[in-house]
Design a protein. Structure first.
Length: 175
């Protein structure tokens, strides 16, 4: 069978990397973290990319990394995206063509509580800006996702169970 890869999207703090890793383990597929792949391709850490080129420069590197992963990495695989990956129409097109997209959704206040003490560049502007960012991104996640999971009260293992119970067995199916 030819399985379609799975991409996990959502705001920072939703658990994308943890869920992607556990999902890949259960499926016995490789998994990739787009932030890590972006750092590898750019040769710089994400904080340095933001400091040197701003968000626009970082997003160019991220788009390049997504294209490389989608087109050249072993298939099928699981991909944890960055929180802003789906903002670009080019990225949404890649995601739609190459992946079944799972949106990990949660109350923005819960997400803020999870990331407030982190060193993530988009957290530095404070809670009000974070909540505005979360509200602005919701329609984009909704647009790109084949499946939405409210992760607020679920453990990563429970989220993986939901994905596995719902995902199609063959490429081309809808989540």
């Amino acid at each position: 069978m030819n399985f379609k890869s799975i991409a996990v999207v959502g705001m920072m703090g939703a658990g994308k990397s943890t869920v992607a890793q556990q999902l890949a383990t259960r499926l016995e597929w490789p998994w990739y973290d787009l932030d890590h792949e972006t750092e590898t391709i750019a040769g710089e850490s994400i904080p340095r990319l933001f400091a040197q080129s701003g968000e626009t420069g970082f997003r160019r590197w991220e788009r390049e990394a997504l294209s490389v992963v989608a087109k050249t990495y072993p298939r099928p695989h699981v991909l944890a995206t960055g929180g802003g990956t789906p903002l670009s129409s080019a990225n949404r097109e890649i995601l739609d063509q190459a992946y079944q997209v799972v949106w990990l959704d949660a109350d923005p206040e819960l997400l803020w509580a999870r990331v407030a003490d982190s060193d993530r560049p988009l957290v530095r502007h404070g809670k009000t800006d974070f909540l505005k960012l979360a509200a602005a991104r919701r329609p984009v996640y909704r647009q790109v996702a084949h499946m939405r999971i409210d992760v607020g009260s679920l453990s990563p293992a429970q989220i993986v169970d939901v994905i596995l119970k719902t995902r199609p067995e063959e490429e081309g199916g809808e989540l």
